[in-house]
Design a protein around this ligand. Structure first.
Ligand SMILES: [Zn+2]
Length: 345
């Protein structure tokens, strides 16, 4: 075979997957950013002043998972491994969950609802301490985990459709659809509200995501039956890599069938992120945010730089909480669909 043909074949078989991160960088940043505008007058000035930080750092928890042990399970919970009615039966509070299942089991299947509550506690403390660095860091991070808890595929062991022949659906739902179609969403979600029971609220998020899961999987499966394979996918060139992606036609049809689901979950995320920030601030005694340091400390700046560096130079192991981490392997080396190997922590 001519070199050229081999090259073309390789290009087509070493297709990058529909990579993405939880919600995609795009959606995470948008959620954190828009949350700022729903805050009450006593808070909005402060958050607006630091909106760039809040937005840019919305994706840090995903970036950190390469460097920080124990990071990955904070982004999801595989409810279905605990049985059919897990959503209703799981202990809501960490201590009770540990007593029933043990910490190792919980860590193995994800801890997002408990981690959100932990973040809320820490953010409250940071407000009490009037610690600007921690307030910003925890606000940005917490926004990330809350948004993740709103994603249906973050609540199942079948997080990428790998158990039902629907590989790639994860990034399809949470990255490609919002990137392609969220411009028309209505993001006016109203004012942030006080959360009486932060731990239970985190479970409400997980519940709303998990109850949407059936549609996420079923509609994709139904549409796949209706679409010819060559209509379902198309190819996009980014840089010098050809990506196989869900076609625009298929994406729009799926989006229509979901009937506003992605928008609903994004709206829920925006409103809830702001509400947790607000609740932490109230619980800290409503400190005057105008009295805080005007910018992050040099130490914090260095820490962020280090984190960035670690991310850029890190191993970038193919692992991600809710994404097919697909090692690029030529098709003929394995039987994996499209030549990609699925891996997850
Ligand atoms: Zn995430």
């Amino acid at each position: 075979m001519a070199f050229r043909q081999i090259a073309v074949l390789l290009l087509l078989t070493i297709l990058l997957p529909l990579t993405g991160y939880s919600w995609g960088f795009f959606a995470h940043q948008r959620i954190n950013r828009l949350a700022v505008f729903t805050l009450p007058p006593e808070m909005v000035g402060f958050y607006k002043k630091h909106i760039r930080y809040i937005t840019e750092n919305a994706v840090n928890p995903d970036r950190r998972r390469y460097a920080v042990a124990g990071e990955a399970p904070r982004h999801y919970i595989d409810l279905d491994v605990y049985g059919d009615s897990a959503l209703y039966l799981m202990p809501r509070f960490w201590q009770q969950a540990v007593e029933r299942y043990g910490e190792d089991t919980l860590m193995a299947h994800g801890i997002v609802p408990w981690h959100i509550n932990r973040m809320k506690f820490q953010l409250t403390q940071a407000f009490k301490d009037r610690d600007l660095d921690r307030i910003l860091r925890l606000s940005a991070d917490m926004g990330h985990y809350i948004a993740d808890a709103c994603v249906p595929l973050h609540t199942t062991h079948n997080y990428n459709g790998q158990l039902t022949g629907q590989r790639g659906i994860h990034a399809f739902w949470e990255t490609r659809l919002p990137e392609m179609l969220s411009d028309n969403y209505d993001f006016f979600v109203g004012q942030a509200t006080y959360i009486e029971q932060p731990q239970l609220k985190a479970w409400d998020l997980v519940a709303s995501a998990h109850l949407a899961l059936d549609s996420v999987l079923r509609f994709e499966r139904d549409l796949t039956r209706e679409f010819d394979e060559d209509k379902k996918y198309s190819y996009e060139v980014r840089g010098n890599v050809t990506n196989r992606v869900y076609s625009r036609e298929f994406s729009e049809a799926y989006h229509r069938r979901l009937n506003g689901q992605v928008e609903r979950q994004m709206r829920l995320a925006i409103h809830t992120v702001a509400s947790y920030w607000y609740t932490a601030w109230v619980d800290a005694g409503q400190p005057d945010l105008r009295m805080l340091a005007s910018d992050i400390s040099e130490e914090e700046r260095q820490r962020l730089k280090m984190e960035e560096k670690e991310y850029e130079q890190g191993p970038h192991k193919p692992r991600e909480e809710g994404e097919t981490r697909l090692e690029r392997q030529p098709l003929y080396l394995g039987k994996e669909q499209h030549g990609f190997v699925l891996e997850r922590i």
